[in-house]
Structures are given as structure tokens and as C-alpha cells.
Write a protein that binds this ligand. Structure first.
Ligand code: GLP
Length: 223
């Protein structure tokens, strides 16, 4: 794995066009989606692709908070509707929820697995909400968020007390089963953790480091 450095604009363009091209080639496509500020530019580019038919594409999101309604403006379902789903007609979209999280990995498998997975990285090295200590074999599950993550994500809430302390997250096992992964990190505050994840030891302390074992993971960094 190596880190490719480029402007945010170029990174988003490259990833969105690769996704678009793959969707054109393939009848049924499965796209793994991330939330957070990092992928917004990719979703903007995808939303502008009027020449591509997304109706045979199914999406699986990585995670969702526990304890906030899906209509809450900080829920990940709300985020995805705002940035992508209101612009494009996908066949179906899924989020891990209280009702389905035990079957989420099987649901992904029943669609043939994820073709392309978009990933961001937390400042503690988490991917989705697989916090440090998560097993490489972890399934989709209910997790407690670390203090670091609650603090990082409090920028989107009025008060740190309002940040959910738990989430449903796709496990590292399903993420690692994706055929292709794009890991994107934006901003100087992500530089160090990204370098550790990509060039350091593979360790459960930095969940993103497990991606070194993936056969087709491209990593992008933009300042
Ligand atoms: C959140 C999400 C992750 C995301 C990360 C980084 O906690 N669960 O999937 O990658 O934080 O977010 P951002 O892109 O806003 O820095």
C-alpha cells in the first residue's frame, strides 16, 4: 500500500469517475458508503453524473448512531439523503440498524459482496466505527464509541453531551471482503495516523492498519 497525494478536487474526481465507470460496466453493483466530511466531494461528483444509471446499484452504509432518529440532522441516514440519495436513484440503500445488524453481513453477501467501498479514517485510526481493539474478524455489531471519537464528532453537535455514545458499525470482516477499497484522508490532522496505518505495524490498536492486508486498497491523502 502507498499513499497517493493530490488535491481534494482531483482525489474526488478520480474516485467518482472510477465508481461511475464500474457501474456502467456492471449490471448489479454494490457500493459501500461512508459518512463524515471526507467523502462529501465524491458524492458531489457522483451526483453530477447524469449519464449514468444508478438504478441497479445497491448501497450499504458503514455505520449509524444509536439513539438518534433517522430524521435527526446528525443521523447518517439524514446525511446520506442530503448529500447523495436525494440526487441519485439507487435501487436500494441499507444502513446497519437495531433491526438488521445481526444479518447485515449476510445481507451484503446475498448481494454478492461490496464491489467498491469508500472509507475515511478517524484520528484514532478507526474505520467506520471499528474503534482501536476491534478484531480483524469482527462482524457488524453494536459498539461503544471512544472518548476521542465522541470529542471529534462533537463538532457537528451543539454540545458534546448530545453526541451518541454508541453506534452500529459494519465489522472489519465485511470491509476487508470488499473487492476494492478507497481510503481517503483529508487535512493535516490526519497525516500522522494515515502514515502509521499505511506504513506502520499491522495492529488492532490502529484498525485501519489491517487494510495493508487487503489486495486492492488505494489510499489518498489531501492536505
Ligand atoms: C466518523 C465515521 C467514519 C469517518 C470518520 C472520519 O466517526 N464513523 O466512518 O471515516 O469519522 O470523519 P471525517 O471524514 O469527518 O473526518
Amino acid at each position: 500500500m502507498r499513499i497517493r497525494r493530490n488535491t481534494y478536487e482531483k482525489v474526488c474526481h478520480l474516485i467518482a469517475s472510477n465508481i461511475g465507470n464500474r457501474i456502467k460496466e456492471q449490471n448489479h453493483f454494490v457500493l459501500g458508503l461512508a459518512t463524515g466530511s471526507t467523502p462529501i466531494g465524491i458524492y458531489e461528483k457522483l451526483s453530477m453524473m447524469n449519464n449514468i444509471n444508478f438504478r441497479d446499484t445497491t448501497t450499504f452504509n458503514l455505520d449509524e448512531y444509536v439513539g438518534i432518529d433517522k430524521h435527526h440532522d446528525q443521523s447518517y441516514q439524514y446525511f446520506m439523503n442530503k448529500h447523495l440519495f436525494s440526487n441519485l436513484n439507487f435501487r436500494k440503500h441499507y444502513f446497519p440498524t437495531e433491526e438488521n445488524y445481526n444479518e447485515y453481513d449476510l445481507m451484503i453477501k446475498s448481494y454478492g459482496g461490496i464491489d467498491i467501498q469508500i472509507l475515511g479514517i478517524g484520528t484514532n485510526g478507526h474505520i467506520a466505527f471499528n474503534e482501536p481493539g476491534s478484531s480483524r474478524y469482527s462482524a457488524t455489531r453494536l459498539v461503544d464509541l471512544t472518548e476521542n471519537t465522541i470529542k471529534d464528532n462533537s463538532r457537528f453537535f451543539d454540545d458534546v453531551e448530545d453526541v451518541p455514545t454508541q453506534a452500529y458499525t459494519m465489522g472489519l470482516s465485511s470491509i476487508m471482503s470488499a473487492e476494492k477499497i478507497y481510503l481517503v484522508a483529508v487535512g493535516k490532522h490526519k497525516k500522522e495516523i494515515l502514515e502509521e496505518a499505511v506504513h506502520g505495524n499491522i495492529t488492532e490498536d490502529i484498525p485501519a492498519s489491517i487494510l495493508q492486508e487487503h489486495h486492492n486498497c488505494e489510499v489518498f491523502y489531501s492536505e
